[in-house]
Design a binder for this molecule. Structure first.
Ligand SMILES: C[C@H](O)[C@H](O)[C@H]1CNC2=NC(N)=NC(=O)C2=N1
Length: 96
């Protein structure tokens, strides 16, 4: 199983992940993606969902119109692991 990252390692990983921040009050990282319209937002979610399923690592997320709020945490580990960092990087690549 993936291990929780130390606060130090988490900060370092966030340095290479534009737009991603620590979530206040829990061990998780988050990003708010804002697209041109709903079509772009849902297209992103569709591609990200397929990538997440392939990785067997799934996001917590909420969509309102063209905004997608994403929170990543490894539930099995109770915090942020390398799996969250990998999914965050994949989501950034998908969003372009
Ligand atoms: C059995 C299955 O591999 C696990 O439940 C996976 C599925 N997706 C997951 N996604 C996330 N974000 N955290 C997990 O701990 C997790 N566990």
């Amino acid at each position: 199983m993936a291990e929780r990252l130390s606060a130090e390692a988490r900060k370092q990983a966030l340095g290479g992940l534009p737009g991603w921040n620590e979530v206040q009050g829990r061990d998780a990282i988050g990003k708010t993606f804002i697209f041109k319209d709903f079509n772009e937002a849902f297209g992103f979610m569709t591609r990200a969902a397929l990538a997440a399923e392939k990785m067997d690592h799934h996001p917590e997320w909420r969509n309102v119109y063209k905004t997608v709020e994403v929170v990543l945490s490894t539930h099995d580990a109770g915090g942020v692991t390398a799996l969250d960092v990998a999914l965050a990087r994949t989501m950034n690549a998908i969003a372009g």
